[in-house]
Every structure is written in structure tokens, then in C-alpha cells.
Write a protein that binds this ligand. Structure first.
Ligand code: ADP
Ligand code: MG
Length: 589
């Protein structure tokens, strides 16, 4: 997580503006000024790629189209519409943002390769429209005579003044994008990138987050494009084609996909590269002939050897000088449990619940009540339908038949994040954390769920997360990146993440899986503490010893059906249960 280190920021700002002011101080050719103008306006579009690809993990191969929306907005607005520059820019940026929203909506059903293909198609259609809809776009001839704006009476007609203005705009936007990961939205974006399923289950409206990411990316692309149009006074369709989108992508990857500073560095290099090639000595001229091949090989080498781009190198170098991160563990409030349910009836009711996968009846009509304030275990041999039941309860699957009633409300048709916002929390059999985020950030994402009864604002989210981490005994590990934590601690972070969201019902899928004997004892103690606080827990486990120690009630599944239910003593003596376990596993474990 980045901290606001004011001197560094001011230093960087001065550096950026000083670079843009160089043409004022020295006699630089107009050509060089134009090249910097190109770099600065492209860099704004690359910031959009950092948001959508770097932060949210969604591939976007249509950034040049959004760049084009901004550029054509300015060009058509000022030249054809006789509008003010700023109004035209706003129109272009607005249209681009709507287009980004529409493109983001396609992520409802599609991800990965399909999403890549959709964005390529979008880019190609945009290109075709620019070239062929001549009455509006003026076709391949492009649009000339685009004016520059004035600002507070400050005439930006001079190239140097305009460059300075663009550099300041870039700096402000870099700052905003740099700060974004620390916000509620930015954390949600990163959770989608790291583990979309877990994000949804923890309460992140993953679809909305992806749509917002695409819209933001489009918005930044269009601002870059609008500034570009003003800078060069002339635009034509070949500035906004697929090759340009690839250039934006390459700049992002080269600089470092998760950092706006990396994005700027990457852009400058990409824009300058052809220039450097021009100055190659005679003997190396052959490189120019195979420029595209060199470019392609370069991209592959970067992806293989520098997955975090140039910024990744800088980060490693900076880390050598940084003090090791620590967390202030003073003044952590004890975790409170909001369990004062005024309602009667069970906390969870499964009503003739069934889930079929084709012909396989994984869950085959289960009736089950989990009473308030109890620990209720669901056991059964491997493959008996335990995990599937839990997946239906929390919305990863919709039931084939039957209903899931949470605290009196039928939630059968809700998406997982909607159920999370009603206080349904869960952990996974195979831990699902946001691997590259810190323990604290993981837990903050659990704390920021909709309707969590805590004060609004990041401070309260953070405080709640620290309380939850402290409850599981990991407050002093808050700053650690979770994938570097030992397995047992990762389990605890996952439990803290769900506790931070004030669950009224906690679903645990094999919480003891993969733990050693000591860790299992600690887990039992933790679960007993949870019960002591009155939390309702519905857990699946395999390990009879563990279940027996902590459960008030046990239900037993076999082949998707409930074959027994009762207190641990009753159930473990039941001949059907013994037979089910002996029949499939050879032992009661
Ligand atoms: P348990 O958690 O009790 O070990 P599961 O609920 O994971 O069992 O699985 C129950 C049955 O459903 C198994 O036969 C499993 O192969 C099947 N199953 C689980 N998920 C799917 C799925 N997504 N598609 C098809 N079959 C599935
Ligand atoms: Mg399972």
C-alpha cells in the first residue's frame, strides 16, 4: 500500500514540470517538442490501461478507440460544431465513458480470451466507422485545423505552453491513478484481479467494478486523445487503429502494468524508440529493416524477464533502502459481534434444496435448519455434496430446486455479493485470498462490504480490519503480503476477512484442511471463541474429532441426501452413519 510521502510527490511534480519547461529554457527544435507532446498525451491513455489491466486485471485492446473518441470529440466539436474546446472535450470524454461502460458490460458473461476478442472487435468497428462514415468523420482524409484552447485567458497556442499544460494535466492524473489503489474502489478492483470468485463472495459487486474500470479507462483514454487532437491540430483514422492499441498495451507492460509512473516511463520509451533507431550507426542499419521483429522480440523478452516492467526493477531497488514495514498495533478495539437478532426462527433454512449437474444429483433434496447461536456441522464422505451445498447456500450456484432462506429472507436467486451484504460470510476449502495484497488489505475488503454496520470511510474500515486481524492473532502481520505467510496463517487471514464483515452466519468449508495438529487445536479454540460470542456457524468438515469437539448439532450427507441429524453423540452412534463412512473410506477419521 502506498503512503503519501509529500516531499517525493512534490519532487516528482517539479521534475515533470521542469522537463516540460525545458523548451522554454533551451533552444529545442519544434520537432522535439512535438515528440514530447505525443509522449505526454499517450501517457494519459496508458494510465487508463494501468487502471483496467494493471489494477483490475481486465484485458483491453481497444484503448486507441477511446483515445479516438476524445480526439474526434475535440476535432468535430471545434471544427464542425464550432464549439468551445472544453465543451468538445467534455463531449468526447462523455461519449467514450459511455462506450467504455457498454464494453465493460460484456464482461458479465465473458472473461479472459473472449474479453480480449470482444475488445479487438470493438476497436476494429471503431476503425471502420472512422474510415467509412465520411459525412461525419470525414473519412481517411481526417480533420485539420483543430484549435488550441485558452485557459483563464492564458493562450495555449504556443507549442511550449501547450506542452506545459499537458504535462501538468498528466501529473495530476498520475497522482489520482497512483492514489486509487488505496481507496475502497481501488481495493475492490485489485480483489477482482486477484481472485474474482472470492471477491464476489466477500461482497464485492464484481460486475460493477469491472464496468467502472472500463469506464475509467475509457475516460482517461479520451482525455489523452482530446489533448492529442489539440496538440497536433490534425487527426486521421490511422492514429486510432489496432496498432496504436497494441502500442498502448506495450507501453503499459514495458513500464510496469501496476504503476502509473511505470506507465509514463514505458510511454516515453515507446515514443522515443523509433527516434533512437534513426541515429543508429551505418553498420547497424539492418536493425531498422527488421524493426517490427525487434519490437516483437523486445515485448516477449519483457514479459518473460520483467513481468513487472521497468517499475518492478525500480521497486526492488527502492526496497533495498526502505525500512521494513511494520504495523502499529496499539489502540486496536476488540472485535464486536453484531449478533443481537430480534427475529425468531432458524438463521438458515434449506428447504428441499437440490443441485444437479446434468444427470448427477450432487445435492438431492435437503431439508436442514441451522439454529441461531449454534455451531452446526455438515459431515459426510468425500463427494457426498458438502461443498456443493455450501456453494448453493452462498450463491456460487443457483439451486436446481428448493430454497435457501437466510434469517427469514429467501436468498435463493441472489448473487453471492448480495448475500454477503445480508451478512452471509464464508471461507473456502482451498484458501482463496488476494495473494499479492497485504493481510490488512485482504481483511479491509471484507470490512468494506455493503451494509456492514460500521461508520463509513476508510478509517473505520481499517480499524475494523485491524480488530479482526487481532482477533485471530495476526495484528502484527498486518503489513505482510499474504502469499508470503505460512499456510496456517493464511487460513486465519481468510477467517479474519470474513469476520470483518460482521457475518450473522459464518460458513466454513473444511477449515482444518491442511493444518497440522497444533494449528488444529488453535482452530478449535478460535471456533469456541466465536461460539462464545454468539455467532452462528455452519461448517463442513471431514475430521470427526474436530466436529465432535465444537458442534452443537451434526447433519450427515451421503450421495447428496441427509441420512442423519442430531447431537454429536447421537450421530456418531448411528449405524447408517458408521456404514456410510466405513463403506466409502474404510475408517471413521
Ligand atoms: P464434498 O464437498 O462432499 O466432497 P462436492 O460437493 O464437492 O463433495 O461434490 C459432490 C459431487 O458433485 C461429486 O460427485 C462431484 O464430482 C460433483 N460436482 C461438484 N461440483 C461439480 C461441478 N461443478 N460440475 C459437475 N460435478 C460436480
Ligand atoms: Mg468439499
Amino acid at each position: 500500500m502506498q503512503r503519501l510521502h509529500l516531499p517525493t510527490l512534490i519532487g516528482l511534480g517539479i521534475l515533470a514540470i521542469a522537463a516540460a519547461a525545458v523548451p522554454y529554457l533551451f533552444d529545442v527544435s519544434a520537432y522535439v517538442v512535438q515528440m514530447f507532446m505525443q509522449a505526454v498525451t499517450y501517457a494519459v491513455a496508458v494510465l487508463g490501461m494501468v487502471v483496467v489491466l494493471g489494477y483490475t486485471g481486465q484485458i483491453n485492446l481497444a484503448q486507441a478507440a477511446f483515445f479516438g473518441f476524445g480526439a474526434y470529440g475535440v476535432a468535430l466539436g471545434t471544427v464542425a460544431g464550432d464549439l468551445n474546446f472544453w465543451v468538445s472535450l467534455a463531449l468526447g470524454v462523455g461519449t467514450a465513458t459511455l462506450a467504455g461502460l457498454a464494453l465493460g458490460m460484456t464482461t458479465i458473461r465473458l472473461g479472459g480470451h473472449y474479453l480480449a476478442m470482444i475488445t479487438i472487435s470493438f476497436q476494429q468497428i471503431f476503425d471502420l466507422v472512422l474510415v467509412n462514415w465520411i459525412e461525419v468523420t470525414r473519412g481517411p482524409d481526417g480533420i485539420a485545423g483543430i484549435p488550441r484552447p485558452t485557459m483563464f485567458g492564458w493562450e495555449l497556442a504556443d507549442d511550449r505552453a501547450y506542452l506545459l499544460f499537458c504535462a501538468i494535466a498528466l501529473y495530476v492524473l498520475v497522482f489520482a491513478v497512483w492514489w486509487l489503489p488505496n481507496t475502497r474502489l481501488g481495493r475492490a478492483m485489485r480483489s477482482v484481479r486477484e481472485n474474482e470468485l472470492a471477491a464476489e463472495v466477500v461482497g464485492v459487486h464484481t460486475l460493477r467494478i469491472k464496468v467502472v474500470a472500463f469506464s475509467l479507462s475509457a475516460l482517461l483514454g479520451a482525455i489523452g486523445g482530446g489533448l492529442y487532437a489539440g496538440g497536433f491540430a490534425y487527426i486521421s483514422p490511422d492514429n486510432f487503429n489496432f496498432a496504436r492499441s497494441i502500442e498502448f498495451l506495450t507501453a503499459t507492460l514495458l513500464g510496469g502494468v501496476q504503476s502509473p509512473f511505470g506507465g509514463v516511463i514505458g510511454t516515453v520509451l515507446i515514443v522515443q524508440m523509433p527516434e533512437w533507431l534513426k541515429h543508429l550507426p551505418e553498420s547497424l542499419q539492418v536493425i531498422k529493416d527488421v524493426y517490427l521483429a525487434v519490437y516483437g522480440i523486445g515485448v516477449i523478452l519483457i514479459m518473460v524477464f520483467l513481468p513487472e516492467g521497468i517499475w518492478g526493477l525500480i521497486k526492488v531497488w527502492r526496497a533495498k533502502f526502505a525500512k521494513p514495514a511494520t504495523t502499529d498495533t496499539s489502540g486496536i478495539a476488540p472485535l464486536d459481534f453484531d449478533v443481537a437478532g430480534a427475529k425468531d426462527g432458524p438463521m438458515l433454512r434449506l428447504d428441499a434444496l437440490a443441485k444437479h449437474f446434468g444427470g448427477l444429483k450432487a445435492v438431492d433434496g435437503i431439508d436442514l435448519d441451522v439454529q441461531r447461536g449454534t455451531v452446526h456441522a455438515l459431515i459426510g464422505p468425500n463427494g457426498s455434496g458438502k461443498t456443493t451445498s455450501l456453494n448453493v447456500v452462498n450463491g456460487i450456484y443457483r439451486p436446481t430446486l428448493g430454497r435457501v432462506v437466510l434469517d427469514g429472507e429467501d436468498v435463493s436467486q441472489m448473487r453471492p455479493h448480495q448475500r454477503a451484504s445480508r451478512g452471509l460470510g464464508r471461507t473456502f476449502q482451498n484458501i482463496r485470498l488476494f495473494a499479492t495484497l497485504s493481510a490488512l488489505e485482504n481483511v479491509m475488503i471484507g470490512a468494506q462490504r455493503d451494509n456492514n454496520p460500521i461508520p463509513s470511510g476508510d478509517k473505520a474500515i481499517r480499524a475494523r480490519a485491524m480488530s479482526a486481524l487481532d482477533f485471530v492473532g495476526l495484528a502484527d502481520r498486518a503489513h505482510m503480503i499474504v502469499r508470503n505467510l505460512p499456510y496456517g496463517h493464511q487460513r486465519l487471514v481468510e477467517i479474519a476477512r470474513v469476520l470483518a464483515g460482521h457475518p450473522k452466519l459464518l460458513l466454513l468449508d473444511e477449515p482444518a484442511a491442511g493444518l497440522n495438529q497444533t494449528e488444529k487445536m488453535e482452530l478449535v479454540a478460535l471456533l469456541k471463541r466465536l461460539r462464545g460470542h454468539g455467532l452462528t456457524v455452519f461448517l463442513i468438515d471431514h475430521d470427526m474429532g474436530l466436529v465432535e469437539k465444537i458442534s452443537d448439532r451434526i447433519s450427515v450427507l451421503n450421495f447428496g441426501r441427509k441420512i442423519a441429524e442430531g447431537t454429536p453423540q447421537e450421530v456418531l452412534r448411528n449405524p447408517d452413519v458408521i456404514a456410510a463412512y466405513l463403506g466409502t473410506e474404510g475408517k471413521v477419521n
